[in-house]
Write a protein of this length. Structure first.
Lengths: 112, 113
């Protein structure tokens, strides 16, 4: 079964608004990553947060990790139409292979 | 720098046919993996390799074989194609366990009729 689950499944916002996506997972992890997928393309890595970190920033992206709740959130600030894509969280279980396993993703639409 | 290259980009197979999806990376990465992506299911791990000569099964390995004879190449073989294997297949690589970021190919869209 899949380790991570994103919420919501779909999100529709206006340009300039913030977008927040959440990820919950089942077992202890080494790392949690967020990826982006444009329609019909491969996934592109956005940001990685390690299990001993609580928050990380990269440009307009902010990721938080709460290991006690087994959850993470991805915040995209001041969204742009070009941010329209699917976003996936990926985890690798502690003591495992370090190969990421993915959730079903959140489909984000940003209206100009 | 080509990164991860998958071939072919599109393929149509008849039920029962076999074929090999190719994946090559030029970044000297230890870890390579194959995923399938189906609508509403996200990406599911089929097989993975943590180094040349080492492979292991993921979540959905049935009907697929892999081998890793070189660091660069990680082909995925469909033994006897079934309509349930219609999907988009992605190959990914990552440097090692400390550098977990995965680099993805552009995918192979496979239809089995």
């Amino acid at each position: 079964s899949q380790q991570g689950e994103e919420d919501p499944q779909a999100l529709s916002i206006q340009e300039g608004e913030n977008a927040t996506m959440n990820c919950s997972y089942k077992t202890s992890i080494n790392n949690l990553q967020w990826y982006r997928q444009n329609s019909g393309r491969g996934l592109v890595h956005l940001i990685l947060i390690r299990s001993n970190e609580r928050e990380k920033h990269s440009g307009r992206l902010r990721v938080t990790l709460d290991t006690s709740k087994k959850s993470s959130s991805l915040l995209i600030t001041a969204s742009r139409a070009a941010d329209t894509a699917s976003y996936f969280c990926a985890t690798d279980a502690s003591g495992g292979s370090y190969i990421p396993t993915f959730g079903r993703g959140t489909s984000l639409i940003v209206h100009p | 720098n080509a990164g991860v290259t998958q071939t072919p980009k599109f393929q149509v197979l008849k039920t029962g046919q076999s074929m090999t999806l190719q994946c090559a990376q030029d970044m000297n990465h230890e870890y390579m993996s194959w995923y399938r992506q189906d609508p509403g299911m996200g990406l599911r791990l089929i097989h993975y390799s943590v180094g040349a000569g080492i492979t292991d099964q993921g979540e959905v390995p049935n009907g697929y074989n892999v081998s890793r004879s070189t660091t660069e190449d990680f082909p995925l073989r469909l033994l006897s194609a079934a309509p349930s294997q219609t999907s988009v297949y992605f190959c990914a690589s990552s440097p090692d366990r400390k550098t977990a970021e995965a680099f993805f190919g552009q995918g192979t869209r496979l239809t089995v009729v």
